[in-house]
Design a protein around this ligand. Structure first.
Ligand code: ARG
Length: 463
């Protein structure tokens, strides 16, 4: 029907032929941006009230808009709103339905406004709410980690560097490392929300509007901390979307690192933990398998969120001021980022709580690999040997013990003294896993007593 002039489009006046069917679908966003519907209604009502306060529309028009919007809202809530690609996006769908319900008042709503400042406002309103929800989920994951940490403040495992046994640590301490990472993620989301919380509305298409609008009052009504200063920037800026996706990407990277550890720890080679069955699946061919699907998928989905970050950066990099339709492409990556991170955090909060630790396996692994060698060197330093000499002496002792197939702690004292004459009877406690961990007794250290204090501090911070 390309030769029939369109009649019912919001912008059809200047067009002499209907838009191509595929182009219509290509340019429409309603299938995904209808997620912004409630933010759109909230923004429109605040705009309409301001227009009435400023005498730009009449009180009767405002009353009609308010009652019509209430109807639109309940139709959407009930699921019987007739969304149509003919009306392109969420904004035009809602405006059209409003106008069908209340007539001319509906047509006055768009006075002094453009979809450009409207959509920028909607996304900020929507994301603000989602950030608050995601922050709550990050906290839930942290609380689960803290519970596991508390139960395992004194559970000893090998700490790794280069994935080689390095020094004994407590499992509680290891869990607390992730509490820190998620704390920074929380902080980044909060920072991003603060910078995002400014009102674009009033910028209209790009240059502002000739009506006597009052942007500050709209900002206050919508809970923004102020207005965007520059209209050109306000309609074109998507920094907040990039910042948000960046914060979410880093949170996913942390989840992915945790996932990788859970997968390793669950493998029979390590056998450090088991996860509850509800987070695992079996194999259709190998009856014995219990696979850590959830952490594996979380690790995989991290790539998809990182992809959205790169996508949004790339979306913006060539855009001239001000608004360009390119920006419509911001929504799907944003929504998918929200869904992916939100679902992942929700599942992890539960799954982390289901971790069953196998302390005897952790202990056995910590006893392999001379994990208390540093403790022996430190012992010698405290007896007066320079650290470099102590390091060398212990290296030779380790080589000797390795040749004998025994641990440092099990070498007879006389043999140890051949390498380190300063060794005395008190060495025994130093070379045990408990002695090693308990000696790292300072803020940030792995000693069980420190872990307990760190848990208390984290709980205060999170509350
Ligand atoms: N659906 C559009 C978007 O998401 C709304 C703004 C369209 N503005 C315009 N002048 N075509 O960006």
């Amino acid at each position: 029907m390309a030769d029939t002039p369109p009649k019912n489009k919001a912008w059809s006046g200047r067009f002499s032929e209907a838009v191509d069917e595929l182009v219509k679908r290509y340019t429409a966003s309603v299938d995904f941006d209808k997620r912004l519907a409630f933010a759109d209604i909230t923004g429109s009502l605040a705009h309409a009230r301001m227009l009435a306060r400023q005498g730009i529309i009449g009180a009767a028009d405002l009353a009609a808009i308010e009652s019509g919007m209430a109807q639109v809202r309940s139709e959407i809530e009930r699921g019987d709103f007739g969304w149509s690609v003919d009306d392109e996006d969420v904004h035009l769908n809602i405006e059209k339905r409003l106008t069908a319900l209340v007539g001319d008042a509906g047509k006055r709503l768009h006075t002094g406004r453009s979809r450009n400042d409207q959509v920028a406002t909607d996304i900020r309103l929507y994301l603000r709410g989602e950030i608050d929800r995601l922050c709550g989920l990050v906290r839930a994951v942290q609380r689960s980690l803290l519970e596991v940490a508390e139960r395992n403040a004194a559970t000893i495992m090998p700490g790794f560097t280069h994935l080689q046994v390095a020094q004994p640590v407590t499992f509680g301490h290891h869990m607390l490392a992730y509490v820190e990472m998620f704390d920074r993620d929380h902080g980044r989301l909060v920072d991003c929300r603060t910078r995002m919380n400014r009102l674009p509305l009033g910028s209209a298409a790009l240059a502002g509007t000739s009506y006597p609008i009052d942007r500050e009052s709209v900002a206050r009504e919508l809970g923004f901390d102020g207005v965007c200063e520059n209209s050109l920037d306000a309609v074109s800026d998507r920094d907040f979307a990039i910042e948000f996706t960046s914060a979410c990407s880093l949170a996913m990277v942390h989840i992915s690192r945790l996932s990788e550890e859970l997968i390793l720890w669950m493998s029979p080679r390590f056998g450090f933990i088991t996860l509850a069955d509800r987070f695992c699946t079996g194999s259709s061919i190998m009856p014995q398998k219990k696979n850590p699907d959830v952490p594996e998928l979380a690790r995989g989905k991290t790539g998809r969120v990182l992809g959205h970050l790169v996508g949004l950066m790339t979306l913006m990099k060539g855009q001239p001021l001000a608004y360009n339709k390119d920006n419509q492409e911001d929504k799907e990556p944003l929504f998918d980022t929200i869904d992916t991170l939100g679902d992942t955090l929700t599942i992890f909060a539960d799954m982390i709580g289901s971790i069953q630790v196998r302390p005897e396996r952790m202990r056995a692994a910590a006893l392999e690999g001379f994990s208390t060698a540093t403790d022996l060197a430190d012992y010698l330093v405290k007896k007066g040997l320079p650290f470099r000499d102590a390091h060398e002496a212990v290296a030779l002792a380790v080589r000797h013990a390795e040749g004998k197939g025994t641990d440092l702690a099990d070498l007879p004292l006389e043999e140890l003294r051949r390498f380190a004459p300063l060794v005395q009877d008190d060495i025994g406690a130093v070379l045990t896993l408990e002695g090693s961990t308990a000696s790292r007794h300072h803020i940030g250290g792995t000693a069980p007593a420190q872990v307990a204090q760190a848990i208390a501090r984290a709980r205060d911070r999170i509350a």
